[in-house]
Write a protein that binds this ligand. Structure first.
Ligand SMILES: Cc1cc2nc3c(=O)[nH]c(=O)nc-3n(C[C@H](O)[C@H](O)[C@H](O)COP(=O)(O)OP(=O)(O)OC[C@H]3O[C@@H](n4cnc5c(N)ncnc54)[C@H](O)[C@@H]3O)c2cc1C
Length: 369
């Protein structure tokens, strides 16, 4: 019997493969009172799917992952759109040519547009830090504007750290998109599962060889359950009793509110880099275009993670955490019958498609006997 700790995507893809391909028994222990980990969603009284742990939009260029998921769901075609409120104006993110015309007077917008296209070409993404390197007043004006107005305030709230104290990979990611494309992602395959993400996980686990024990913490059962192999998707520092110190995470608090009107905002996600203590507001009905008289939104407040008080969400990407993680990783590699996989066990942010791909690959490489 395989024991899997955690019923998120990592654990459930492996459970599905082990049960359906290897035809082996699987027990999943999950400390929460529901399956699906952080992609858990449920229908509220208005029939709107609420993503309990933050908005999830599926997108991938990985055809293998898409085909794999299509076994468990049909898709509602959805392109994620994100806007930011900057100086009281609603502008598209990533900052693109349409954003230029929303943010600046037409003469200035047109000048910047021409400069960007002449310098870099069309339909390309240029990190704002790269723009800064150009000895050109207009490009520097634009990169400073985006850095100050779109990136800095959001980053301070999101991480509780200045950009200098985070890996430059975080800053490098913020681009200017020289395009009129207002979609947040350009991936080939995008969509929302028609019966919700929890519905996908339910189908994955629909096999008599898979048993799930909810409200069950691995730490309470590890000495009493007998298993051949262990797949661990919880926090790696917790597995090793924090012997090299605790890894830090950023956590989130969601304040859900329902309003007695059809729509609250124009798109699913609006970011607030400059105003308020929350980083963004998500209006859930946009994901599946659910028709209802009322609407539900979530105000998202980043906060410090404290073990036992709230949930770990994002690994904090800096040197100190990397070096602690490497010590745990070394220990983990010594345990041949334990697979550490997932965002908590590998202390790494994964998009949904990335963790599915990783789980499928891990299965192919390490689970065939
Ligand atoms: C706010 C937010 C928004 C996101 N939006 C997107 C998006 O739009 N698109 C996208 O592609 N990806 C998105 N992601 C990423 C996505 O959530 C992850 O890829 C996915 O959840 C990772 O799955 P996992 O199995 O690694 O982890 P998890 O889903 O966290 O699963 C781990 C499970 O293990 C359980 N567990 C932990 N310790 C124990 C223990 N000791 N005993 C028993 N059970 C235990 C946990 O309760 C949890 O259920 C987002 C992430 C966040 C934080």
């Amino acid at each position: 019997m395989y024991l899997i700790v955690g019923s998120g995507l990592a654990g459930c893809v492996l459970a599905e493969r082990i049960a359906n391909v290897l035809k082996k028994e699987v027990l999943i222990v999950e400390k929460r009172d529901h399956i699906a980990g952080n992609i858990y969603d449920f229908k509220d009284g208005e029939g709107i799917y609420i993503h309990k742990y933050g908005p999830h939009a599926f997108h991938t260029n990985d055809k293998k992952v898409w085909i794999y998921l299509c076994q468990f769901t049909s898709w509602y075609p959805y392109f994620h759109k994100v806007r930011a409120i900057v100086d009281g104006l609603e502008i598209p993110l990533p900052f693109n040519l349409n954003a230029l015309y929303k943010a600046f007077p037409p003469g200035l917008a047109s000048k910047l547009e021409t400069k960007l296209i002449d310098t870099f070409g069309y339909n390309v993404k240029i990190p704002i830090l790269k723009l800064k390197e150009f000895d050109d007043k207009e490009l520097q004006f634009l990169s400073n504007y985006i850095y100050e107005k779109v990136f800095l305030g959001y980053t301070l709230k999101q991480w509780g750290l200045t950009p200098e104290n985070l890996y430059s990979s975080v800053t490098a990611r913020v681009p200017v998109y020289i395009s009129r494309d207002d979609r947040y992602f350009q991936d080939k395959y995008q969509g929302i599962p028609e019966d919700g993400y929890t519905g996908v996980i339910e189908k994955m686990l629909d096999n008599p060889r898979i048993r799930v024990e909810l409200n069950t913490d691995f730490r309470d059962v590890k000495d009493s359950v007998k298993f051949e192999k262990l797949v661990y998707t919880g926090c790696i520092d917790e597995f090793f009793d924090f012997r090299f110190g605790a890894l830090s995470y950023r956590s989130l608090d969601f304040n859900f509110k329902s309003y007695d009107k059809e729509f609250f905002q124009s798109v699913a996600q609006i970011n607030y880099p400059e105003n308020y203590d929350y980083t963004r507001i998500t209006e859930y009905k946009h994901f599946l275009d659910t028709e209802s008289k009322k609407t539900t939104v979530a105000y998202e407040y980043p906060q410090e993670y404290k073990t036992g008080d709230n949930d770990p969400y994002y690994p904090v990407p800096n040197d100190e955490n990397s070096s602690i993680y490497m010590k745990y990783k070394e220990e983990a590699e010594k345990l041949k019958d334990v697979t550490f996989i997932g965002r908590l066990a590998e202390y790494k942010y994964y998009n949904m498609d990335q963790i599915i791909s990783r789980a499928l690959k891990t299965f192919e490489e390490s689970f065939y006997e």
